[in-house]
Design a protein. Structure first.
Length: 167
């Protein structure tokens, strides 16, 4: 089967790969021309392709997540991943902080960019009826005296060290 192209360097299957989905038999199919497909295309055209053109190949670790998959992996309940408006990415040769900063400085139409734990960048677009928020955040794990570390979102795209100071 031919791969479905979303922009010059991005294909639909990059956004629907999930070992968790395979393991749990979750249907990851996206209808060509449907809402999820339309969002993914816009995400590619406005954000991911410009990142690719400037910084090089982009690895997508998580793209589209049907709500069942999102629940299984502990995503936030109103996650932009659920309707194809978000992707978690890394770019080889650049730190996630550098990638997040580059998007923030060069692509003003993003809705949210989150520097996540120094490991990857979450980037999303807004729906067609809402102005993009242009909100940059840093996610860090803050150790607690008891129990597991807590995830905290700090305003602005920061190094993990600086974000922890403000947590
Ligand atoms: Zn994400």
């Amino acid at each position: 089967m031919d791969r479905i192209k979303l922009s010059d360097n991005f294909y639909l299957d990059e956004f629907t790969r999930s070992q968790t989905a395979v393991r749990h038999g979750i249907d990851m199919s996206v209808i060509e021309g449907g809402l999820v497909y339309t969002h993914l295309r816009r995400l590619c055209k406005t954000i991911l392709q410009p990142v690719r053109d400037e910084l090089g190949p982009v690895h997508i670790s998580s793209g589209y997540r049907p709500s069942k998959l999102n629940k299984l992996i502990g995503g936030s309940s109103n996650s932009a991943h659920c309707n194809g408006k978000a992707a978690d990415i890394t770019v080889s040769g650049y730190t996630p902080l550098q990638v997040a900063q580059w998007i923030d400085e060069n692509l003003p139409n993003y809705d949210q960019v989150i520097h996540e734990f120094g490991q990857w960048v979450h980037v999303s677009i807004s729906g067609p009826l809402r102005e993009p928020r242009g909100s940059g955040l840093t996610a860090v794990k803050v150790p607690r005296r008891f129990g597991n570390p807590k995830t905290v979102y700090i305003p602005y795209i920061l190094s993990i060290e600086d974000a922890l100071k403000r947590a």
